[in-house]
Design a protein around this ligand. Sequence first.
Ligand SMILES: Cc1ncc(COP(=O)(O)O)c(C=O)c1O
Length: 391
Amino acid sequence: MEIIVADRVNAIGSYAFADVGNIVTQLKKEGVSPIDFGVGDPTLPTPKIIREACRKGIENRKSSGYPSYIGGMGYRETIAWWTKKRFGIDLNPETEIMSTIGSKEAIFNFPETFINPGDYTLALNPGYPAWSRGTHFAEGKTCFLNLLPENNFLPDLKSINQDVLRKTKLLWINYPNNPTTAFPTTAFYEEILDFGEKHGIIIVSDEAYTENYYDEPPISILQLKKEGVVVFQSLSKRSNMTCYRVGWIAGDKRIIDAYKKVKPNIDSGTVTFIQDAAIAALKDETHVEELRKDYRIKRDVLVDAFSKIGLPNCNPKGTIYLWQSVPEGYTSLNFSKKLLVKDIAVVTTPGSWLSQEVHGVNPGEGFIRLALVPSLEKVKTAAERIKNLKF
Ligand SMILES: Cc1ncc(COP(=O)(O)O)c(C=O)c1O
């Protein structure tokens, strides 16, 4: 029997991070231990206070049954409390907050709520693949907005074709930005909100990195407006909880209400004892500050190494990444490969793999991304090797 895969699956390429994984596997087969800056998955342990809360939760909830689709009231109230403390925003835990299984599942499934076949999503390019993949599986189309250094890695909303605009339902933004590390400003959010209002487009702000900053904490778009806006948050990067799969959506009640209709048809609620762990995580800032310090040292060590070989200081204010421009005469891929030779063995992601070619331009070309996730010791080793790089 011939196995015929659906067109929507055939239409998608491989997942960039799976490709990175394959190179690492190959190096390991050759007996080399690469230092892996590829995927943004922290390697430090999830803080003990969170693990303990999870352990206790398993006992306390031994007969908990299926978890609520929208999250328990305790979890939603803690999110409301944290959001007020962090951003000064009032959220009603009954109607304006909903738990998610990490943010990826919700990002992928969310377009099912608003996209009819042929409708458009606007998404940043480079950007997190699930924004456009979710739209694709909902039979919509994505119009990619290039993030270029000359625009401070902010999208040019004026570049969007009027026909596309008429069919657009969602605009995905993400600041602090993965991978460019750009930060949001009030003026930028005002522009986005005016644009959404004018064209009847829902603004979806993926705020997975608001807690990963070095100096000034970034703002949330919800500080400016709730109407027509929804924010996706995640504890993955704030609290090293990638394996727990826990996050939430917050914002306009009408948008949350609509998504509440979709989610129970697709998956389940966040596991109850994981919600307990998330509550413990949100109540503690000490571990977040410690993680920030660790990322800052790693950033400084690597930025210094790249400047020693004559590359510009990419000077990130936050996220867990460096968006490093490559030397003249190199493509993203060539330079990534240069760093992968056996005596350097530093794994990075070519920027061109994180973005699409739009109007003949791949905005990730000319950059590599480094996720600051290896241990400090490994980062220091990598920095010494980079300093020896000749090109
Ligand atoms: C911009 C952005 N959004 C969302 C996610 C998803 O994170 P999670 O599903 O772990 O919450 C990531 C993960 O790297 C990301 O970079």
